[in-house]
Design a protein around this ligand. Structure first.
Ligand code: AMP
Ligand code: MG
Length: 315
């Protein structure tokens, strides 16, 4: 049997037997293992070369699984779940003793999400497990929005469930709660304004304790080629060697390749194309990648967060 395919039963039995499967979600492809099996979870860290301080998100297919994974009975958790699940929101809550320390980097909290992708939901149900899954890329590299991106970075994974391109295109919003209200730990498609319809925001920017949320690292999502946010200075780079990822208008200059985040300057479309276009230019014959900044409103905040981290090591 090939490494990439559409056999959900096969993928589910790999997970149930302690193996590791890459699978599509609406955000990006995840690298999943049985969250309650520490040996299986260890394989995820090893494959990704992920440092042990970076906790995994546990993916569930029914709201009742919150009670398995968490000792919290904070009604706001259930209000957020009711409104935004299934969907691209991870809720960080106090963990129960059943969750192995390797999943949460020994934090006393666990991030939980119910994805909306039908194949992800079916995989979780058929495996009979809750699935710990970070994005299916090498640590610090660009997240995968296609099965091909996973295969490129993680050829040793047991199986890759292929469902074409993901729709949201960037990782989930990660949110936690203090006494006052919600705190966003990582920006995503569910924005501050969406969350504020259900729960009050906290005045704190970060939780008082237990912050080891690598969504907050300065460098992340880096391609193998130098990537710069387009500015007056970056226009000194030779266009004949450069791929340009534009938002809205066509760039001025004779660039070797031009791709679009969104020709009509739509932020949701731009998020869906962000990692997709970076992968495309990473795999092309250009030496440098330039990308337009986007307005920091709505999902644009999450896009600029990813771009600043992706360009950090080239500044
Ligand atoms: P990934 O989806 O691969 O980007 O990784 C999951 C991210 O979720 C981590 O890097 C953290 O930023 C965040 N996360 C997961 N669990 C927790 C937790 N218990 N507390 C804070 N952040 C978390
Ligand atoms: Mg990741």
């Amino acid at each position: 049997m090939g490494k990439v395919g559409v056999d959900i039963d096969h993928a589910a039995s790999i997970i149930a037997n302690g193996g590791v499967v890459a699978f599509p979600t609406e955000t990006v492809y995840g690298l999943g293992a049985n969250a309650l099996n520490p040996n299986a979870v260890a394989k995820v860290f090893a494959l990704k070369e992920r440092p042990s301080f970076d906790p995994l998100i546990v993916h569930i297919a029914s709201v009742e699984s919150i009670n398995l994974l968490s000792s919290s009975n904070d009604p706001r958790v259930f209000q957020l779940a009711e409104k935004f699940w299934p969907g691209p929101l991870t809720i960080v809550v106090t963990k129960s003793t059943i969750v192995p320390g390797i999943v949460t980097s020994d934090l006393d909290t666990v991030g939980i999400r119910m994805p909306s992708h039908p194949i992800a939901l079916e995989l979780i149900k058929k495996s009979g497990c809750v699935i710990a899954a970070p994005s299916a890329n090498k640590f610090g590299r660009v997240s995968p929005t296609r099965a091909e991106h996973v295969l490129k970075q993680l050829p040793d994974v047991d199986y890759i469930l292929d469902s074409g391109k993901t729709t949201v295109g960037i990782e989930s919003t990660v949110v936690t709660l203090d006494e006052e209200g919600f705190i966003i730990l990582r920006h995503g498609a569910i924005t501050h304004n969406h969350l504020a319809q259900v729960v009050k925001p906290s005045s704190a920017r970060l939780p008082k304790k237990g912050l080891a949320s690598p969504g907050l690292l300065k460098s992340h999502y880096s391609p193998s080629k130098p990537l710069f946010i387009a500015s007056e200075a970056s226009k000194l780079i030779d266009p004949a060697k450069t791929g340009y990822i534009a938002f809205g208008q066509k760039p001025q200059g004779d660039y070797k390749r031009v791709e679009y985040l969104s020709e009509k300057a739509d932020l949701v479309e731009a998020a869906a194309h962000l990692f997709e276009k970076i992968h495309a230019l990473e795999d092309s014959d250009v030496d440098y990648i330039l990308i337009d900044p986007v307005p920091e409103t709505g999902i644009g905040i999450a896009i600029m967060d990813r771009l600043r981290k992706a360009t950090f090591r080239y500044r």
